[in-house]
Design a protein around this ligand. Sequence first.
Ligand code: ACM
Length: 740
Amino acid sequence: MEISRWILPIFIMGCVFNFGQNESAAQAPATNHNLMPVPAVSRFNSGRLAVTPSFTIAVKGYSDARLLGAIDRMARRLEARTGLTFARGLRGDAAASTLVIQSQTPGKAIPAVDEDESYSLEVSNSQATLNAPTVVGALRGLETFLQLLSGDKEGYYIPAASIQDRPRFPWRGLMIDVGRHWQPMEVIKRNLDGMAAVKLNVLHLHLTEDQGFRIESKKYPKLHQLGSDGNYYTQDEMREIIEYARMRGIRVVPEFDMPGHTTSWFVSHPELASGPGPYQIERRWGIFGPVMDPTNEQLYKLLDGFIGEMAAIFPDAYLHIGGDEVEAKEWKESPRIQAFIQARGLKDNHGLQAYFNQRLSKILTKHGKKMIGWDEILHPDLPKDIVVQSWRGQKSLAEAAKKGYAGILSNGYYLDLIEPTWRHYLNDPIPENTTLTPEEQKLILGGEATMWSEWVSPETIDSRIWPRTAAIAERFWSPREVRDVGDMYRRLAVVSVQLEDAGLLHKKNPPAMLRRWAGGAALGAEVKPLVAIVEPVKGYRRGSLQKATQFTPLTRLADIAQPDSEQARNFAKDVDQYLYSPPSPNQTGQDTVSGALGRWKQLAAAMNRDIFPSNQPPPAAPPRPKDDQTVDVDMRAAIRSPLMNEEAAPLAKDMEDVSDIGLEAHGFLQSNKLPTEEWLNAKLARLIGAAKPKAAVELMIVQPVMELVIAAAEQEKRKTMSAEEWKKHVKSMAAKKMKQ
Ligand code: ACM
């Protein structure tokens, strides 16, 4: 069986399912600031620099348009947050300025992987000074300065501090797949602003896919004309994106995925394919048969021309050739291709892919580019200056490093799998228990979060990328010991709001989508408490629950629901505290558990009464007469939003029942009474039903309630078990039930 992106992460997620939020021995203490990423070294002093209307900025030393642009953006965001108006322009007198910026050099003319991004920031009562060897370092420091802004009853201020900062890894990226779902310029630009805010430095654009060829080629114009539905970046637009990124100290690495994932190329150039064609733009999701024909000399001629053309647009040293998930069906079925493999002694299909990559490698070298590709490109015949991007895991990355190849990690940072932030956060490109030597560790350049776009539109993409990517950015920038999950979530909530003034729509769009789905603001408000505790299904499950193509609108509950529900996460934490922590005199866990359940039960009961008539018990009294002039609330949802009714009614019923079961279980635990066998069986059956996804979302409070029920039934065992055993016992029983 071919290992594919579609199945591998499910295995991996299975393996880490029970991986708790472990505290590491060498963990840095929680912070007393809101910075994300946490700086390498920071010390906070007493004192504060007031931010007032007389706030001024001076530049000493080297200055250029990039530095001035960043200063202006920072000042405008500072004004927006404080409501203050600052004097325009820079101040000549550095000694009298509030913020003094001194960078020594412009940094690399073309953003590069070995850029010096370090800076230091000293804030006293009278002045802040930002020093950096390069303009890029100064840009990073300006973002830190902005994140330091605090306020209290005396006004806005920057706390006195001394910060010396530099990144742990030089390659800190975000990949956006613009092939499957087209993402226009404004999406890319606002995400570049978000990236800059958290010090990411590589935008990797996945530009060609089975479902779309997204860049203009003047040499082979039919590629984008026939392969994109008109949705592609012109060369001028791409240059604009690259310059926008450069101004923010961000590299742009283009990916042209080859030899698989290439259906869109073949719409105009079927002669490049291994099969007979004809081909059409693929509209479905998955791994498809069409692959390039590595035995065809015409292919290399076109690639030479195309890559030469792209090399002139993209200044970065690296060009990504994809190389993943090559479905070899067309190769296997072609006697001509199999004969080629035999004649050249290439052994098998992977040997043929390596042959293709070697040819490609020569073309890249000719055009001054170094190769980066997914794990599958790894082959002893390739030159040592390539970079391997691992979607298969740390092990695969470590193996590449042991063979002398540089690499970046993406496994564990797949945003489309809808995993909770803490899991991405604790996933380290070089984990503490690494078997790599210090020399080999230097080959791990960093990592990239990946936004595959089967299930994202321009409207939803920000909320899939952010805020989780801010935590991933911290993993790539901050020291490894910075891994306190609670502290990360505390700071992430602050940074998530700040990312809005960088232009991101991750918090703005979902409420608007909710109102559209609900058919109005009032109904949206009533259903919001339900939406707040559901999450889209994880992994690649949505594709098996909802059939969709490139044309399917992504406006359903699973698109409105957010990953990593804060309310559900906090509830699970409270249940953990209540069930497994030795009681302490001022324990508050039990109140928050029953408090939350009581509130949810009430809210769900109101929804079921007012909005979802199908959830009402059959009326005891005859229905209201038709001429009743009161608003017929029972019919509001059915009339105004059949979509919401279909998707949310079963979930609202689950929410009410699950909350009720949780309250009953809590009651048993509080009174040290055992539930009857009958009660237990009935409630478990109900919870198992509620654990099944509906409308491709999961009700996230089911698992903790399952633990409450099991704990209630098993409470006798608590007396004979250690705290650790008790927790393991209840959690493993609950996990088993959840899977039934
Ligand atoms: C991949 O996920 N196939 C790179």
